[in-house]
Design a protein around this ligand. Structure first.
Ligand code: COA
Length: 148
């Protein structure tokens, strides 16, 4: 895997991103849900291509100066090659370049790979939502990356 490219999510990526959702999450977003984001004024969705193949994606809503990441996902066979980090950094850069004050997200407290990724990129725990997740039920940790 030599070349990573970040593109705004477009119609041509919807099927691939829906597949990532199916593979990565117990309550995946549907194609129609993802497609709705293409016309949302607040959505910032980015696809990471690895040697031209959609391998990961990140989605955020950016409102006023606040970014809220909905999902980050990388296909299992592409993990540990910097694709998740590339996706998160693309969203952080968008927020910083548009006057953002912080980017926040929720993550399952047992999701150690994701927690390691977010900690590496400067997110800090700022709260907890009890039983936020289903299938299985689990608390969410609220992580936030603040900009100076
Ligand atoms: C979490 C996830 C997005 C990470 O994607 P990835 O492309 O494998 O991550 P990267 O290769 O960019 O890793 C960047 C850093 O994250 C951390 N990290 C990622 N996966 C890790 C793992 N399995 N164990 C420990 N640390 C890990 C490391 O600090 C890594 O830096 P390093 O390579 O210098 O050690 C991926 O595992 C995934 O899609 N998981 C399922 C979906 C999910 O849980 N999404 C997050 C929902 S909040």
């Amino acid at each position: 895997m030599t070349h990573l490219e970040v593109l705004p999510m477009a119609e041509e990526h919807i099927a691939a991103v829906a597949h990532m959702e199916q593979v990565c999450f117990s309550t995946p977003w549907t194609e129609s849900g993802l497609r709705a984001e293409l016309t949302s004024g607040t959505a910032v969705f980015r696809v990471v291509l690895a040697d031209g193949v959609p391998a990961g994606y990140g989605g955020m809503h950016f409102v006023c100066t606040e970014g809220y990441i909905d999902n980050i996902a990388v296909l299992p066979e592409f993990r540990r090659h910097g694709i998740g980090q590339t996706a998160v950094q693309a969203l952080l850069s968008y927020a910083q370049n548009h006057g953002g004050t912080f980017v926040s997200l929720e993550v399952r407290e047992s999701n150690l790979p994701a927690l390691a990724l977010y900690q590496k990129l400067g997110f800090q725990q700022e709260g907890r939502r009890r039983s936020f997740y289903t299938k299985p039920s689990e608390d969410a940790l609220i992580l936030t990356r603040r900009f100076a």
